[in-house]
Every structure is written in C-alpha cells, then in structure tokens.
Design a protein around this ligand. Structure first.
Ligand SMILES: [Ca+2]
Ligand SMILES: [Ca+2]
Length: 475
C-alpha cells in the first residue's frame, strides 16, 4: 500500500514536472538584429555567440543575458544577394577552429549558391573578409528553395550541406530525385582531404564510374532542408524538410537514402511520374498545413537550463510560430508535444557552447526557454566546485561532462588514457562562476577506460579545485 501511495505521489510529481508550463524569454534583451537567421558558436570555449543577419553580416557577442553590444565578425553584404529565401544562410566553424581560424558560410549571390571558407584575424571578434576561398558553387534556377544549412559531422569531421530543389513549385526539373545535380540533397565533403575538398570514400556514389553522377551526394530526395542539426550524443542528423502545399516533415538523414520528394510530400504521394526507386524513406514526423505552413528544423536539447527537454528534438513552424518537442527512438511510438508559441516568426533555431537552444525571429529578437531550474538557485549559481559523472557512460563515441565553477577561475580540463598519458584538452581558459558542460568525442581512440581531470584555480581567492572522474568508452 505504501509502495502504491509512493507510486501515485511520484506519478503526480513527474506528471506535474513534465507538464510544467515552459515559456520563452528574450535571451539578449539589450541586443536587436536585422533579419537574424541563425545562431551558433565556435567550439572554442570562448562562450561567444555568432548570429547571421540575412543581408550578409555575422555578429558576435558574449553569451550572457546582459550582453550590451555586438561586434561585426564578418560583413560580406558586398557579395551576398539577399531577400526572400536568398542571403547569407549558413555558418559552420571548423572543428579545429581554435587552431586554424577557419569557418564556412553558405550564401546566395545573383544566380548561385556559394560555399566559402573565411579566416579570423588576430582579433578574435573580427574575420578577414578578403580571406574568402571558394569551396563549392552551383547555379540556382529560381530564387526560392536554396537550402542554406551547413554543419560539421561530430563523428567524421566532414562538412554537410543542405541544398534545396532549386525552387519554383513541385520541382519541375525533378532535381531532388536526380543524382546528376547538387540540388535537393544533403551533400558531404571532406574539406581537410583536398583543395578545396575531397570526396569521402564512404559517400554513396564514391565508386561510381558515371561521370554525370555527383559524388558529393550523401542523401537525396529533399525539397528544402533549411535547418538541420546533429545530436552531439547520438550523432544523428535531423532535418526539417519544408513541404509543398500540404505536409511539413522531420527526417533523420542517413547515408545513401532517398527521402522521397517530389514523388512524396511527407508520406503522401505528390507526383509519382517516373518514381520507381526501391525505397523512399518516410519522415519520422509530419504535420499538415493549416495555421502551419513551413517547418523550421531545430535541435535535440542537450543543455542544462531546461532538464524537461533533455534528449527531445525541439522544432517549430515559421508561420504559426508554434514550437513542439519530438521524442523519437525508432522503437517506441513517436511522441509530439506542443510546447508554446513564439512571439515572432521562427526563422531558425540555434545552439550555444553549452547546448542551450535559441530561436531567432524575424522580429529581430533571439529567444530562449526560460530556465526551469531556477527554483534550485544553487544549480545556476553554484557555491561549490563540482564535476559530475559523465553522461552517457559507458559511451560511444561522444559523452558529456558537466561541472560547476563556484568563483571566477582558470579552468583546465584534460583527458588521460588508462596509462596516465594526456590525450586531449577540453578546457583551458578563464571561466566565470556558473554551470558548464563539454562534450568529448573519443573517435580515433581505442576502446577502454579514460580519466577526466579538472583543475580550477580561483582568481579571487586561494581556492583550487582538483578532481578526477573515470569513464568507459565502449565501441
Ligand atoms: Ca533557388
Ligand atoms: Ca520526404
């Protein structure tokens, strides 16, 4: 009976927790942007955010709610053609950005999509606009459906590029189904393996002897994958693929798969003329048009401030401004939950260095979920130094390490193998009081036991914090 009562109490507790009303707040109330379409970070432990303005600017600022000013990190309005679905659309920092200062952009000029590399200057808040190295360019037959997202695979370090079907309506040239064009695809290139890039040997058409076939193709049958993201834990690639007249869809993108467009819109036939491919991959979720009209793909939440969202895919609709969470594991029925409506049109989601999710809005603001752990003040404002056991553990190949810094400190976090050999550094900088998390990817290392050693030396007192956690990498 006591067990039963406890069960009921716990059920009420968890139900209450899960249904707690989430809200959005202005993440940076002192900042306003002109046409923000993306937010990201540089993976350099500098805790700065970078926001794309569609006209061709990237703004950088400290990742704190009290941020009062931005710097222009890059201004390429002189070569970007913007408006409607055109503009500076995507940004991704090289995995070794701290060392080489390289970052990549995806923009449209008068008639092409351009993927280019730029480099930072000696001022970390300013890039060199004259450092442009063209990586890839292809013609855009219409002004709409230019895709726009680019990102590096957390496991393989390759650059992924979302391209639209070129535009118009109904994909009149059947670009998305044709493998002799870069349109309507997710592309994957190895920008470290050649100049300007090499084709990864695991790309589906790497061995093709047909010179017409585009070997950059990773997956195809996409209509307009405007926003995609990698889950840093599972390394799955999620895409929001914008629909035609009736259905919006969410896909998990895998190597060599055909996602159906223009044969299918979501799971529904659209135009099946010539459609005889053996397997079109269904979306993991779809929703019909109504108030909704255009999906904005989001992120799997891996942050700290809103534990209710842990592991859920957060996405929205540009038109209705609704935001949902999706729970999908490929085994159990998918659960889609309405969370809230955003105050302005949702142009994109973004993520900071700590895994917190943001919404960029055409109203010029950037929103975040109001933290729900403020009831436990010590969680956001730690009074003790602490490092948690990594999660997941055992892991393959990525894991997350969370820690608290009680006073502004010089923080060093290093990884050691089971023989005590230092193999990686995941933090080495001054950090403010707060909660942090870092992910560590063991790809390239052998299976086994590893140690995380943290040293935090306070800048304001003589406190020094030392601790070690043990973790297990199992391939
Ligand atoms: Ca186009
Ligand atoms: Ca599809």
């Amino acid at each position: 009976m006591i067990t039963r009562i406890l069960y009921v109490i716990l059920t009420i507790f968890f139900t209450t927790t899960l249904n707690a009303q989430l809200t959005l707040e202005n993440a940076f109330p002192n900042l306003s942007f002109s046409g923000p379409v993306f937010l990201t970070h540089a993976y350099d432990n500098s805790n700065r955010n970078f926001v794309i303005e569609q006209a061709g600017r990237i703004k950088v600022f400290p990742n704190t709610q009290s941020a009062s000013a931005t710097e222009v990190f890059l201004d390429i309005t002189d070569r970007v053609s913007a408006g409607g679905e055109k503009g500076l659309l995507g940004l991704a920092f090289h995995p070794d950005y701290e060392t080489n200062g390289y970052f990549y952009v995806n923009y449209t000029n008068a008639s092409n999509t351009v993927i280019s590399r730029f480099q930072v200057t000696s001022n970390p808040d300013s890039a060199d606009k004259n450092s442009e190295l063209l990586v890839l360019s292809f013609s855009q037959p219409y002004s709409n459906h230019n895709g726009g997202w680019i990102g590096f695979g957390p496991g393989d370090g390759y650059l992924y590029i979302g391209t639209g079907d070129g535009g118009s309506g109904g994909d009149p040239q059947n670009y998305a189904q044709r493998i002799n064009t870069l349109l309507g695809k997710i592309l994957r290139i190895d920008i470290d393996g050649g100049t300007p890039y090499a084709i990864p040997s695991t790309n589906p058409f790497f061995d093709s002897t047909n010179t017409e076939v585009k070997k950059e193709i990773y997956a195809w049958g996409l209509r307009n994958p405007w926003r995609c993201s990698f889950d840093p834990i599972t390394e799955q690639l999620w895409a929001g693929d914008v629909g035609q007249n009736a259905w919006e869809e969410i896909d998990i993108i895998e190597n060599g798969k055909n996602y159906g467009w223009r044969c299918y819109e979501g799971t529904h036939t659209y135009n099946t003329s010539g459609c005889n491919y053996p397997e079109y991959i269904d979306p993991v979720w779809e929703y019909p048009h109504g108030a909704e009209c255009s999906v904005t793909g989001g992120y799997v939440y891996r942050g700290i401030n809103v534990p209710e969202l842990e592991g859920k895919y957060i996405y929205g609709d540009y038109c209705s401004r609704k935001v949902w969470s999706l729970e999908y594991d490929g085994i159990n029925p998918t659960v889609n939950t309405f969370l809230l409506s955003a105050p302005g049109s949702i142009t994109s989601f973004g993520s900071d260095e700590n895994g917190e999710i943001y919404i960029t809005s055409s109203n010029g603001n950037i929103y975040r979920f109001t933290p729900t752990v403020t009831g436990n003040e010590s969680d956001l404002n730690p009074t003790e130094y602490f490092i948690e056991q990594n999660y997941p553990n055992p892991f393959n190949p990525s894991t997350v390490i969370r820690y608290n810094i009680a006073e502004e400190s010089y923080v060093t976090i290093k990884i050691f193998d089971s023989l005590g050999k230092e193999i990686d550094t995941i933090a080495s900088s001054i950090q403010q009081k707060g909660i942090y998390q870092k992910s560590w990817n063991a790809s390239g290392f052998s299976t086994g036991v590893y140690y995380v050693k943290i040293i935090a030396e306070s800048l304001s007192s003589d406190k020094t914090f030392n601790d070690v956690i043990k973790m297990l990498y199992l391939k």
